[in-house]
Design a protein around this ligand. Structure first.
Ligand SMILES: Cc1ncc(COP(=O)(O)O)c(C=O)c1O
Length: 585
């Protein structure tokens, strides 16, 4: 049985209600007006509205998913709430767009984990003043917002894929032409326009896109505590920097735990903040909960160079960068339990979450039979996703970072975080004085694409398309590895998500193993790769603890961008470089 839904309050921005209440007390506007604003093509739009056919895969699956929020639920809620009216610099809060969280506990408080820098942050007075802009009849002389009359953009237009024909070729010929006008809102032609998007806004992002990511998060993660919030970011790189500054401080000797091989930019973010990073051992499912527990239980401040016992865990559960490892459901549960035991606050970085692939069965093949069939359809796809850490977060101890970089475009510099109200509020206070939230161009373009043109179902179908594309690419690189790499020295696990293939090269079999270090052998192979015209990542670039000696040797290859032919040729060259370095006949 699908859970019952109450209409979210129509934006108080237009109604004078107190913001942030999410109480569902706003009067519902007519469904007709709401639908008039939506320009989604009808042909593929078969099961997303409350009034359309709901006898599809979601309703079949509903009995086994009583806690699941469906696309139909969201459409129904939106219809009851009426159109969103959020004008220039409007204040909004993701709570306005959530279903009631009755019965869920509140998140724990994390004052003891906050840095003093974060604790002392005060709200930005100018952003706060913008709350009054919603008052009827108010003439503003108070802010520094320029007049839209002087914005040299009358309209923007773009051609985007028409679901389910997502390919570049289909988009070129049959894509949907979307136009964004300057005053579409005043003309009742849309809920968001250039005059609003290109002016200053609130640091947590526009109400329009916040609504979409909030609903999306509710469908995908449905956090099990009441006071969760979502807030737009300028991408996960910046969000991590903000999160680390919120949680860690050099003077306290704070340290972060992460996978023993970790995203190099994350390591480079922590280093200048004076935050030490320590690695947790991994297997093909990523971080080992037993090692995480052991590291924490046996923490020795002196042996760790003065770093106090870590209270922050940074992890990339799906398609981890650089190893491609994906934590299964049980692994995630175990990691979460260790975090509870040691009071760790978790930063869950999930740019590759939706690139979870079909299993690989060797020789370039992915099993497409029964398994694939069962997973077909939006609901099957969603059901097949490994639950996120956020979805099991009963304490509110997870700050999840989502990003549009890997699933829409990296140049949007747009993502969002989800965490407890307390943590999101602190995060916003920082955003107000560093980036003031994401670019209006990005927000309005993504809103038009994701919300107004595709809707939730179209976006999920896009993610399904990407998943299939990446699966094909992954299969090409694996087939090339099987064909061209010397198996006696190179080994790997087929990636189950993401963009990365992690290749272990057995340094002990190198003829110079007794006289040269692992780093020297790694460098030798890398240089030979460059000479042969292939760039791969050196495993040592990603070591969490670079000041210790490596004991193994790895290379990272990405299957995200090269053509199948080039990918195969690149792996052939990599194989040649290894054979040459290993002097293998
Ligand atoms: C694990 C991980 N986190 C974050 C990012 C960057 O995300 P964004 O573009 O949103 O800053 C990347 C990109 O490579 C990544 O691999």
């Amino acid at each position: 049985m699908r859970r019952s839904v109450r209409a979210v309050v129509a934006s108080p921005l237009s109604r004078g209600a107190a913001p942030g209440t999410g109480t569902g007390t706003g009067p519902a506007l007519t469904l007709n007006h709401h639908l008039r604003l939506r320009r989604r093509p009808a042909a593929w739009f078969h099961s997303t509205t409350a009034t359309a056919n709901t006898a599809g895969d979601r309703s079949e699956a509903a009995p086994s998913r009583p806690d699941v929020v469906t696309i139909a639920d969201i459409e129904e809620r939106r219809a009851k709430a009426g159109p969103l009216v959020a004008m220039t610099a409007a204040y909004s809060d993701s709570d306005m767009f959530k279903a009631p969280t009755t019965g869920k506990p509140k998140a724990k408080r994390w004052n003891h984990h906050l840095s003093s820098e974060s604790t002392v942050r005060e709200p930005c007075v100018l952003k706060q003043a913008a709350k009054h802009l919603k008052n009827p009849g108010l003439i503003s002389l108070g802010g520094g917002l320029p007049c839209a009359e002087y914005f040299p953009f009358e309209s923007l237009s773009m051609r985007v894929p028409n679901p389910p024909a997502f390919s570049e070729a289909a988009t070129r010929t049959d894509g949907i032409d979307v136009r964004i006008g300057k005053y579409d809102v005043a003309e009742a032609a849309a809920e968001y326009d250039l005059s609003i998007a290109l002016n200053y806004g609130q640091a947590n992002g526009s109400a329009q896109l916040t609504r979409f990511v909030t609903e999306h998060t509710e469908m995908i993660c449905n956090p099990p505590y009441a006071d969760w919030r979502a807030c737009l970011t300028v991408g996960s790189t910046a969000a991590l920097e903000q999160a680390l500054r919120m949680l860690c401080e050099r003077e306290r000797g704070d340290a972060v735990l992460t996978e023993e091989y970790s995203f190099s930019t994350a390591l480079e973010t922590a280093a200048p903040l004076g935050v030490k990073v320590f690695g947790v051992k991994m297997d093909k499912e990523g971080m080992l909960p037993g090692d995480l527990d052991a590291v924490l239980a046996g923490w020795d401040v002196r042996a760790r160079g003065g770093a106090r016992k870590p209270h922050v865990l940074y992890t990339v559960p799906s398609g981890q960068n650089p190893t491609g490892a994906t934590q299964g459901k049980e692994r995630r549960r175990e990691i979460y339990e260790v975090a509870r035991k040691h009071d760790l606050y978790i930063i869950e970085d999930e740019p590759y979450y939706f690139l979870q692939m079909e299993p690989y069965y060797g020789e370039g093949k992915t099993k497409m039979g029964k398994e694939k069939k069962e997973e077909e359809g939006v609901d099957g796809f969603l059901r097949g996703l490994i639950p996120s850490l956020l979805s099991m977060d009963v304490d509110g101890r997870v700050l999840r970072m989502d990003s549009f970089s890997k699933v829409v475009v990296p140049g949007s510099r747009l993502g969002w975080i989800t965490a407890s109200e307390q943590m999101v509020e602190r995060f916003i206070r920082h955003a107000e004085v560093c980036n003031q939230g994401p670019s209006g161009f990005s927000q309005v373009i993504l809103h038009k694409l994701l919300d107004e043109t595709w809707g939730h179902e179209g976006y999920i179908r896009w993610l399904m398309y990407l998943r299939a594309e990446y699966t094909k690419r992954r299969d090409v690189i694996l087939a090339a590895c099987e064909a061209h790499l010397p198996r006696e020295v190179v080994s790997w696990n087929p990636p189950a998500a993401g963009m990365f293939h992690w290749l272990k090269v057995d340094h002990t079999l190198h003829l110079d193993a007794g006289t040269r270090s692992i780093l020297e052998i790694e460098e030798d192979i890398f240089d030979r790769c460059i000479a042969k015209g292939v760039l791969v990542g050196r495993g040592s670039w990603f070591r969490a603890e670079k000041d210790t000696d490596p004991t193994e040797m790895f290379f990272r290859a990405t299957f995200a961008a090269a053509t199948p032919e080039n990918m195969t040729e690149a792996i052939r060259r990599f194989g040649l470089a290894i054979r040459e370095s290993y002097r293998m006949g």
